[in-house]
Design a protein around this ligand. Structure first.
Ligand SMILES: NC(=O)c1ccc[n+]([C@@H]2O[C@H](COP(=O)([O-])OP(=O)(O)OC[C@H]3O[C@@H](n4cnc5c(N)ncnc54)[C@H](OP(=O)(O)O)[C@@H]3O)[C@@H](O)[C@H]2O)c1
Length: 292
């Protein structure tokens, strides 16, 4: 099962893009599993499929919600929860359709070593952009610049002043800010935007456990620099998922997109493992495996 920060928002009784999880109900989540019982002809026992499941050992779902996966592709199936699944597709459409980076532009991405951010940065490099990532450890920053080809990285936990660090690593200003975190980092990025910059608002993980949102002091820059800011959810692009997955698979197989995934075993570990997303102790896509 895929452990995603957005599920924290689904646990709050606040308006969202999907119904909140009611008290006492199972936590919904993307799962990849094996069919153990079927009463429809399209699926046989043993088939592998993805669906919206839950934090539970077995899930019963309508057949129409299942996407069958081919085990013979030679691709580790867990990748369909990450780089070839919802997080990779989020990066693909969020960057290319929402932010529309142009060659030579500077792209800044937060939570850059994570499942979404690491793919955003690598696609931006392929678009001919200068790419700067923000992440929470020196090891993650080293991975970004040393292995993924980012031009610079900021350890936001040790840099002190976010805005000064962005100005130093983006001397020509920021043309695209891919926002995975919101809060004070978003505010600092707004201060550094160039004219006609685009901000793709993907997620606000820094605020998911807060009851109040921090104030944004640099919103006027949206006017001053004629900025386009657009929030999106990956489901906006549901009908185009096959296009993104095919392209991402080609890039992954060609070694043009590298990824990290961390697979943790055992349903009993689901809660402490989920919480690691908010400490930053995950390394790339976080997946929980339930032993058969
Ligand atoms: N719009 C959509 O459709 C969509 C789809 C998928 C994901 N998202 C959003 O994309 C973002 C990344 O998701 P992901 O699945 O790729 O997770 P991820 O980046 O693999 O994991 C979350 C990372 O966020 C960082 N983080 C946690 N707390 C933070 C804080 N207070 N300030 C700054 N960074 C913090 C941590 O990395 P560090 O070590 O760098 O702090 C952590 O490893 C989330 O906001 C998520 O909600 C949106």
């Amino acid at each position: 099962m895929s452990l995603d920060p957005a599920k924290r928002g689904w646990m709050s009784d606040a308006p969202n893009y999907i119904e909140p999880i009611a008290l006492g109900y199972e936590v919904r989540i993307s799962v990849l599993g094996r069919v153990v019982k079927s009463n429809i002809p399209d699926f046989a026992v043993g088939d592998i499929a993805m669906t919206m499941g839950a934090w539970e050992q077995y899930t019963t779902v309508p057949g129409a919600t299942l996407n069958k996966l081919d085990e013979g592709l030679g691709i580790p199936l867990s990748l369909f929860l990450g780089v070839l699944g919802p997080t990779g597709v989020t990066a693909y459409f969020g960057l290319l359709d929402v932010a529309q980076p142009q060659p030579g532009e500077t792209v800044l991405v937060s939570a850059a070593a994570g499942a979404v951010g690491s793919v955003v940065g690598q696609i931006a490099k392929m678009q001919g952009c200068r790419v700067v990532g923000m992440a929470g450890t020196d090891d993650k920053c080293q991975w970004l610049t040393g292995e993924l080809g980012f031009d610079a990285a900021i350890n936001y936990k040790t840099c002190g002043d976010y805005e000064a660090a962005i100005r130093e690593t983006c001397p020509d200003g920021v043309d695209v800010y891919f926002d995975n975190v919101g809060g004070e980092i978003l505010d600092a990025a707004l201060a550094c935007l160039n004219q006609h910059a685009r901000v793709a608002v993907c997620g606000w993980i820094s605020t998911y456990n807060d009851s109040e949102l921090p104030a944004l002091t640099n919103l006027w820059q949206l006017v001053a620099q004629s900025v386009t800011i657009r929030g999106f959810v990956v489901l906006d692009f549901l009908d185009r998922f096959p296009e993104a997955i095919a392209q991402l698979a080609e890039w992954v197989m060609a070694g043009k997109i590298k990824y990290r995934e961390e697979i943790v075993d055992g349903l009993d570990n689901v809660l402490p493992t989920f919480l690691r997303l908010f400490e930053g102790s995950n390394s790339g896509k976080l997946v929980l495996r339930i032993p058969e």
